[in-house]
Design a protein around this ligand. Structure first.
Ligand code: NAD
Ligand code: UDP
Length: 305
């Protein structure tokens, strides 16, 4: 089996790489390292890193059995700093990788996001909900790029009969999310470990539902084994307030850090929780690692780096 993973040097992509290397596959990663890192990848004879931008001309050629398109800044800190790059990656980069899939008849998996639901007015979010996205807000560079990516993926599926699957990933965390990542879990750990204030944006009553990386990878791989175009939610439906998350991390690290409040982010979604009935009915998937256990595992990793 030959697998292409764009964004394979990033957090989620590198765990997928490890999975397919363990399976005996030949793995090609296309990544321009704009937010990822070579250190996330092992030195392996069946792994090739092609350092290039997916929104430029691609030098890689098939055959590929599977193409995962994960390339994209994903942390708000990154996509707000890289707005045009994020839009180009989600649009031109998605078309380029779909063309590659078409040329070698590869199965195509798009890593979409719960952000397509924006600040949701339906709760929990099921796949049939069209979302509530501000098309000109600061987060739109990511949200609209992913919405376009979904639209163009469906267009290739309808027009060319390409086998595609759209996965809407909800907040995922785990090893290889670095202290400077900017997302809540690595930031709170980094602050707690340094005994600095843990900075909660807004009142801390906004919610997220956090999935441990091993559960997510199992779900993504499971979805390649069936033929369903999606979109399919993948995430942990246990919902927590951000203030609860900050408190849990303070406890796990036994930190003296105070929890402080900073101004809310513009257009920050108030609630987010996946309805996972579809993936449950399709492949029997559900998360196995509760938040507290996943945070402990992450702590084991982050305290040593
Ligand atoms: P990440 O930033 O760690 O990884 C993204 C990778 O893509 C990086 O290695 C980066 O260098 C690469 N990249 C970005 N633009 C590129 C380009 N133009 N050409 C080539 N490579 C490029 O982020 P992540 O958390 O691993 O997210 C991976 C994917 O999963 C993204 O598509 C993201 O939208 C999606 N996702 C992640 C989450 C999450 O909670 N982690 C949630 C929803 C969706
Ligand atoms: N958040 C926070 N402090 C931080 C980083 C994030 O309070 O240092 C909040 C953020 O406002 C959001 C939630 O935590 O409400 C999750 O943010 P993250 O960036 O992890 O993910 P996303 O917003 O993309 O779901």
């Amino acid at each position: 089996m030959r697998v292409l993973i764009t964004g394979g040097a990033g957090f989620i992509g590198s765990h997928l790489v490890d999975f397919y290397l363990r399976e005996g596959a030949e793995v090609v990663v296309v990544d321009n390292l704009i937010t990822g890192s070579r250190e996330n990848l092992s030195d392996h004879k069946r792994l090739t890193l092609v350092e290039e931008d997916v929104s430029g001309k691609l030098s890689v050629t098939g055959p590929f059995d599977l193409i995962f398109h994960l390339a994209s800044p994903a942390s708000p800190k990154d996509y707000l700093r890289l707005p045009i790059e994020t839009l180009r990656t989600g649009s031109v980069g998605t078309i380029n990788t779909l063309e590659l899939a078409r040329s070698c008849r590869a199965r195509y998996i798009l890593a979409s996001t719960s952000e397509v639901y924006g600040d949701p007015q339906v709760h929990p979010q099921e796949e049939s909900y069209f979302g509530n996205v501000n098309p000109v807000g600061p987060r739109s560079v990511y949200d609209e790029a992913k919405r376009f990516a979904e639209a163009v993926t469906f267009a290739y599926q309808r027009k060319y009969g390409l086998k595609t699957t759209i996965i809407r990933i909800f907040n995922t965390y785990g090893p290889r999310m670095k202290k400077e990542d900017g997302r809540a879990i690595p930031t709170f750990f980094a602050q707690a470990l340094r005994n600095e204030p843990i900075t909660v944006f807004g009142d801390g009553n906004q919610t997220r539902s956090f999935c441990y990386i091993d559960d997510l990878i199992r779900g993504m791989v499971g979805l390649t084994r069936i033929d369903h175009p999606g979109p399919i939610n993948l995430g942990n439906p246990d919902e927590y307030r951000i203030i609860e998350l900050a408190t849990m991390i303070k406890e796990i690290t036994n930190s003296a850090s105070p929890i402080t409040f900073a101004p809310p982010l513009e257009d920050d979604p108030r609630r987010r929780c996946p309805d996972i009935s579809l993936v449950r009915s399709l492949i029997g998937w559900q998360p196995e690692i509760p938040l507290k256990e996943g945070l402990r595992r992450y702590y084991e990793w982050i305290r040593d780096i």
